[in-house]
Write a protein that binds this ligand. Structure first.
Ligand SMILES: [Zn+2]
Length: 498
């Protein structure tokens, strides 16, 4: 929640003239294999990013006595079982069969059976052992028996040769960026500029500046700082980024100059022979960033079974403030990515209404689902009150759809609402089976009423008294697995009604 809190910022109307559209076509499988900690710290906070062959994560960096420090246990946690304890002045850490040992305020210690000299004193805060950041690369290198390549100025640590390289391929009307592994950047735009931020992906490019005599793009720059890599594309025209399936290619093209207005009614299934569906555009003041429909399939055959995950809110709309530092938009996106993974492992294709922190109006999300002819639309929300999960379906009367006819936009859901309710029941049953408390209720919420496919909303609530648990990986994973199971169980029923 809140469901209908789409915000309008007055200054957007002006910027909209230069509307830079971000088109994100994220098809099934178009995601990075790294999925460690999804929650990035606030931008001004100092952070370290660690990239391994299988795992990547970010850690907060704390300043003590003018030096940067990190918690050693947290740095090793993503790699396996680790524990630590205080014994008098000594702090001992166990990682598999290896040990590290340091003394409070001393710089000499032991790592993996060998003496180890720290560049500054070891600090003990409670039972938390802090080591100088500069020593971390060699500690991890020894404990993990792998080579470490540390970009000190940017606080990015690459282990075991982890690196994703890219090449730029400027063409007449597009710029193609090819990556050596799938990437999943956060995209932000301002007029004439498109920026891709890589926090989880080990994208490297040195200090890269490419100036182009190209009608579309004037320069491409790569730089890194504070645990991130940033690829900035300056355009001579408004730009639009498009992800190719597989996630290894990003295509930068010119954005359409004008957004068309949303039609008053949206056909749920277009008549045969209709031209491919173009990006349904926004209503009234278009926001700066707008994704277009995820797939353009053959409109004659029954389209493939695809689930659209709609991580509610995003960009200018933070959603509910769940705690002082936790915004709903971040929780819904992290949860959507986990659910995507769970669905994909069950053989279900997934597209995302957004896969970055971008503004997408609710009407646009429904229009994307309808244009893409998805089988199921799942809107994801989060709230601080209550426990477990709430499952919603649209509050609307059921009607029999006219075959091939047009369905009024406001009641597009009416023909599918019984299927949606049945699906909500199945998802709820799976949650109960997984011992996650649930409630189910119909609600007049956006944009379910405007979706012509089976549509439900899933709202994740804390697992206990700690509000932060809504964003905890293990808990989100449990909920995502149960919801994915419910969708997989409901698939035949939904298929029968399409
Ligand atoms: Zn919400």
């Amino acid at each position: 929640m809140p469901w209908n809190d789409r915000r309008r910022h007055p200054n957007q109307a002006g910027r909209a003239a230069l509307a830079i559209l971000v088109l994100m076509v994220l098809l099934a499988g178009a995601q990075s294999p790294q999925r460690a900690r999804e929650t990035a710290p606030a931008p001004e906070e100092k952070q370290l990013s660690v990239y391994g062959p299988r795992v990547s994560y970010s850690l907060p960096v704390s300043e003590r006595n003018g030096q940067d420090y990190v918690a050693l246990l947290e740095a090793l946690e993503p790699f396996g079982n680790v524990s630590a304890g205080v014994d008098g002045q000594k702090w001992k850490l166990h990682f598999g069969k290896l040990e590290a040992e340091f003394r409070r305020k001393a710089s000499a210690g032991k790592v993996a059976g060998k003496k180890f000299e720290l560049p500054a004193a070891f600090l003990l805060e409670g039972d938390r052992g802090l080591v100088p950041l500069r020593a971390l690369p060699s500690i991890l290198s020894r404990m993990l028996a792998t080579k470490a390549d540390y970009h000190e100025a940017a606080r990015r640590l690459f282990l075991g040769g982890a690196a994703t390289h890219f090449t730029t391929d400027p063409r007449e009307n597009e710029l193609i960026l090819n990556f050596t592994a799938p990437v999943n950047p956060l995209i932000s735009t301002e007029p004439g500029k498109l920026k891709m931020t890589f926090t989880r992906d080990p994208v490297v490019g040195g200090s890269y500046i490419l100036r182009l005599e190209n009608p579309l793009v004037s320069s491409v720059t790569f730089a890194e700082s504070n645990g991130r890599g940033e690829l900035t594309v300056l355009g001579r025209l408004p730009l639009l980024a498009q992800f190719a399936p597989g996630g290894k290619t990003i295509d930068i093209v010119a954005a359409p100059r004008q957004a068309r207005s949303l039609p008053p009614s949206t056909p749920p299934g277009l008549p045969e022979g209709a031209p491919p569906v173009a990006a349904p555009a926004t209503v009234e003041a278009p926001p700066v960033t707008v994704p277009a429909p995820p797939t353009l399939q053959s409109l004659t055959a029954k389209p493939p079974f695809v689930v659209m995950l709609d991580a509610a809110h995003g960009g200018d709309d933070p959603g509910a403030l769940l705690s002082e530092t936790l915004e709903e938009k971040a929780v819904t996106l992290a949860f959507a990515r986990r659910l995507r993974n769970e669905l994909q492992t069950r053989g279900v294709s997934v597209v995302m209404a957004r896969d970055a922190d971008v503004t997408v109006p609710v009407e646009q999300r429904a229009a994307m689902a309808d244009a893409g002819r998805v089988a199921i639309f799942v809107s994801l929300h989060a709230a601080a009150e209550g426990r477990g999960v709430r499952v919603y379906s649209a509050m609307i009367n059921s009607t029999t759809p006219t075959p091939g006819g047009f369905v009024p936009w406001d009641t597009a859901q009416a023909g599918q609402v019984l299927t949606s309710r049945a699906l909500a029941d199945l998802v709820k049953a799976e949650l109960t089976r997984h011992e996650i408390p649930t409630g189910e209720l119909p609600a007049p919420l956006k944009p379910l009423n405007n979706v012509a496919a089976a549509a439900i909303a899933v709202e994740i609530l804390p697992s206990g008294n700690d509000v932060g648990s809504v964003n905890a990986g293990v808990y989100q994973q449990r909920v995502a697995a149960a919801v994915a199971e419910g969708i997989a169980v409901g698939r035949p029923r939904v298929e029968a009604q399409r």
